[in-house]
Write a protein that binds this ligand. Sequence first.
Ligand code: ADP
Ligand code: MG
Length: 406
Amino acid sequence: MFKKLKIQLLTINAICLTIVILIIFLGIYYITLYEMNLQVSVVLNDIARNEETVSLIKGPSNNVKMVVSSSFFIKINKYGKVLGYSKNINIPKCDITNLKNTVLKKGIQYGNIKTGHLRFKFLKVPKKYGFIIAFIDNNMEINLYTYLIISFLFVGTISVILVIIISLYLANKAIVPVKTTLDKQNIFIADASHELRTPLAVLNSTLEIVVENKDKTVHSQMKWLNNIQSELFRMTKLIEDLLFLARVKKEEMPMSNFNISTTINNTYETFKVLTNKKNIELVFNIENEIIILGNEWRIIQLINIMLDNAIKHTPSNGKIEVCLLKHNNICELKIKDNGEGIPKEHIEKIFERFYRVDKSRSRSQGGTGLGLSIAQSIVDEHRGSINVLSTIGIGSEFHIMLPITF
Ligand SMILES: Nc1ncnc2c1ncn2[C@@H]1O[C@H](COP(=O)(O)OP(=O)(O)O)[C@@H](O)[C@H]1O
Ligand SMILES: [Mg+2]
């Protein structure tokens, strides 16, 4: 699959760059052609007007630009009889008549002619006595074009080879993030399937027990039925979390200014009930009137995830502290507990999907291992950051930095 993608990228890159090179080369070629023609017609006009041959062409700033090889003129009367020609002419008389006849036969004023190995550009201008035909040697021009084409072919071939090498390098580079994303997605699908398979297996075996005891009352099978219910609850939570993670990446979340101090303060009573149950002290230190740009619903979800974890990992008689402060354009939310702490080697990984320090314990507490991944994506959406400081046996401290506006 990646080989095919690489070939496609390589081909597209190579074609595009080759087209660009071709356009540049053709542009140079046609500009040179146009400029040459312009110069030649200026020289021919000069010869015809002054009845004098020139050997030099002057550039725009009166600098001598180039030497014109050979130029000459032939004067003829209205009936085509040769009246004279320039002194510098060095071709046989028969060729002169030939040239004149060919020009007359062509019936045009300006063009190219060829007699034998001689090639000229000519301009026929009417005069009082008849016509003057100015000629200029075309060989030099043709040689220049041939030289240009050969140079282009040579440079072009080298360029195309370079383009292919560069394209190969770029294609290899471009594929890395695609491959990483796909690998991550595959791992995610495998993990999600694995997570769903466990409750399904439990459901299956529990149901088998219930079915095997058909004659027993519902009441007597309550233990198994409760088991089924709690597994179904876990699966629903897992699917909801998975859907949330999928949605959070795709959907634009509506942002508005809201008072985060009030939002956090409003959650106090709910968590107080839960901490009271475990006899944990809950302290809220919230700086008032902090307004941030964000999504209030998701911030509530964030504090829910963080406090749910803190409560789960803090033993009875412990303490959880929630602080909210503002420095400059940053609002800092700190959730500190004096619970079990996180082993050093796990700290880097706890934000990964499905990662849990103690999988079976987390599972028995209804955890899916997606809480901190969701927290991370909510913080990312608010263009903030989340960090953790933790010491085993002393506690954990999560710092969430949210920009007030962005
Ligand atoms: N406050 C905390 N104290 C100790 N460990 C924590 C804390 N918060 C999170 N963790 C660890 O990080 C892991 C991942 O957390 P999370 O993504 O919320 O998953 P879950 O809570 O479903 O297990 C948890 O399993 C736990 O091991
Ligand atoms: Mg959690």
